[in-house]
Design a protein around this ligand. Sequence first.
Ligand code: DC
Length: 229
Amino acid sequence: MASTTYVITIDGPAGVGKTTLARRLAETLDISYLDTGAMFRTLALKLGLAAESMTEEAIAKACAEYHFHLKGHGERTQLFVNERLVGSEIRTEEVGMLASRLARLAPLRKALAEMQRKLAETQPLVVEGRDMGTVIFPHARFKFFLDASPEIRALRRMRDAENHDQPTDLARLTEQIRQRDVQDRTRAIAPLKAADDAICIDTSDLDISQVLGLMLRHIDASGGTARCR
Ligand code: DC
C-alpha cells in the first residue's frame, strides 16, 4: 500500500472556521487542501435520506460510482466529483445536517476514508474534517483541533451569510449547530474528538489570522515548513 506524503490535519465542529483555515494554511505552505466535509455533503446530496434504509452492500455500491479528485494549490484548490466541480449547492445548513446524519453509515465512511487516504498518497495536503487526526491520518505530521462555543460559531456563520446577502435567524442557526454537534460527537464510528496528540486551539476570542499565526508558529517551531513541497 502506498503511504501518505505529508499531511496536516484540522478537526473541529461545524462553523469553527476549519475550511477557511485549511485554505489559508495551504496557501501559505503552497500545497493543496482537502475539505472532507464537502465530500460527505456531496455524497449526502447524491444518495439522499433514502440511504438510511439501504443495505450496506447497496450503499457501498452507490458510493463506488463517485470519484473525487483535486486540482490546483492553496486557496485555488478545487474539489471535483466525477470530473465536475463541487459547487455551492452543498453549502446549506440543511445539506450539512443530512451529511451529518448519513456520516453515521459505516459503508459510506469506509468508501470516503479510502478516497481521502488515496488523495494524500500523491500530494502533500492540509485535510480538514471530524476524524482526520484520530482515524484517517493517525500519523499526520501535525494535528490541530479547533473549538468554540455553539453561540460564537452560529454568530460567525450568521455574519458570513449576511455578507453574502443571505439573512439568517441566529436562534435557528444556533440550534442547528447544537444538533449537529450532538450527532457528530456521539456517533458510534469515528466521532468528533481531538486526537491525543493534537494541538487544541480555542478560537472563541481569536480571528482567522490569529489562529493561522498560532498554527504556523507551531509548525515553524517543529521545523515543519521545510518538509513541505
Ligand atoms: O465540515 P462540514 O460541516 O462541511 O461537514 C458536514 C458533515 O459531514 C458533518 O456534520 C459531519 C460529516 N463529516 C464527518 O463525519 N467526517 C468528516 N471528516 C467530515 C464531515
